[in-house]
Design a protein around this ligand. Structure first.
Ligand code: NIG
Ligand code: FE
Length: 413
């Protein structure tokens, strides 16, 4: 669809085509143009500029008076394909149980895995589609989706195929990640497998088909003291190198077990969570190309520390923001809320938060050539706000949806 947005109050997130990821001072600037137009042709951003330069050719116009237009959010960490919900565990936590205690008692990831095992592919698809459609109305255009609730080869494939089917039916862009090691299932314990053995088994069994059918673009693992340790990380790094799929790793959510220096050294694409950091972890990330993906709604929901965004940014680490949308630690896919919490709880500025939620999210999915900024030639994935006083207002006024419409690949949703 070809359309021109006109009289845009603020057009934000403008970047040159060469921009891959922002860090340091550059992260603190969200380049904006006032009273602007933007032309969409064949699903791409064809042109933009100040209204005084707006062409007068034949074009369908959409008036955006009083409204702002931004790149759609790029949510680079989610688990949106799952079955059922876990509010009973929320109640348990409110009564004093910890996330880890619940997991030890067979709840948590294992609970979701049971629900996934019972769900048909169609049920999984329908549930995930409803979540996806809702988060699109909150301005998300690109969403990474991890498997990881299958916990056996068949289950993981079921999840990855659901992501593929969802991607094929949506104007949003879904990016699948094979979460090879999420929790050690009972069947593996029964066979006396340890975490690394299970991880290797899953990788050896699934990577040939995942890579042949392009069922995942990235590999992930939950590297934590009580889940999978450095030996499992090594298995993931090996598979990553063998199959040429970059790694994105869950790490430092509850404990620092020294995984970040190793992951950065191996050149992983992103390390995600980072609520608990050591000096060596900070040092490893400083100036590196590994992206620190921070998940403030998870900290909020579990009552664990917020990741030290300020120190990471000030020490020249690339920071992205994402929802971690999942039934246990972050039952939300709302990137506006993520930006608000990044500001209120992690002391990021609105400009930093918006960059971290768009262009740096795109970088964390190796998509910054196509997504995450207002750049001629990029996909026309945009959000149009309601009438709001400023772009910063999105990060400030929390709890309501400031997005009026989302445009994905030029389609008004
Ligand atoms: O990123 N940390 C590991 N995985 C998810 C939570 C999974 C769950 O509780 O179901 C996360 O927080
Ligand atoms: Fe996660």
């Amino acid at each position: 669809m070809n359309i021109r947005l006109v009289n845009i109050k603020h057009l934000g997130g403008i970047q040159p085509a060469a921009t891959q990821a922002l860090r340091g001072k550059a992260l603190g600037e969200f380049p904006t143009m006032s009273n602007a137009f933007l032309t969409i042709k064949d699903g791409k951003i064809a042109d933009f500029g100040p209204m005084k330069d707006c062409p007068h050719d034949e074009m369908t116009l959409k008036d955006c008076r009083g409204k702002s237009v931004l790149p759609a959010f790029v949510d680079s960490h989610s688990h949106v394909v799952y079955a059922g919900t876990r509010e009973q565990e929320f109640n348990l936590r409110l009564n004093g149980a910890s996330y880890e205690e619940i997991a030890e008692a067979g709840g948590g990831i294992l609970n979701s895995a049971q629900k996934v095992a019972k769900a048909t592919s169609e049920e999984l698809f329908i549930q995930a589609q409803a979540r996806l459609n809702k988060l699109i109305t909150y301005g998300t255009g690109t969403l990474e989706v991890k498997s990881g609730y299958g916990l056996d080869p068949e289950g993981e494939l079921k999840l990855l195929r659901a992501v593929k089917a969802l991607n094929a039916t949506s104007h949003a862009t879904l990016v699948p990640t094979f979460l090879a090691a999420h929790a050690l299932p009972q069947w593996a314990k029964d066979q006396a497998m340890d975490g690394a053995q299970y991880t290797r088994y899953m990788l050896d069994t699934l990577m040939p088909v995942v890579s042949k059918e392009k069922l995942a673009l990235f590999i992930d693992g939950f590297i934590e003291r009580d889940y999978f340790k450095i030996d499992a990380l090594e298995a993931i790094l090996e598979a990553s190198a063998t199959y040429g799929l970059p790694a994105k790793i869950h790490v430092n959510q509850f404990y620092d077990i020294g995984a970040i220096p190793r992951a950065v050294d191996a050149g992983v694409l992103s390390v995600d969570h980072l609520e608990v950091m050591s000096e060596s972890a900070f040092k490893a990330l400083e100036g590196s190309n590994t992206i620190a993906t921070l998940l403030p709604t998870c900290s909020y929901f579990l009552g664990i520390p917020y990741a030290p965004a300020r120190r990471l940014i000030d020490s020249n680490t690339i920071v992205a923001l994402a929802t971690d949308y999942n039934p246990g630690s972050s039952p939300t896919g709302n990137m506006q809320l993520v930006c608000n919490m990044a500001c209120a709880k992690m002391k990021m500025t609105p400009a930093e938060a918006l960059n971290a939620a768009t262009i740096n999210g795109a970088a964390a999915l190796q998509l910054s050539d196509r997504k995450g900024s207002i750049t001629i030639g990029k996909d026309a994935d945009l959000l149009i706000t309601r009438e709001i006083p400023s772009i910063e207002f999105i990060c400030y006024d929390f709890g309501t949806n400031h997005v009026e419409q989302t445009i994905l690949a030029g389609h008004i949703i």
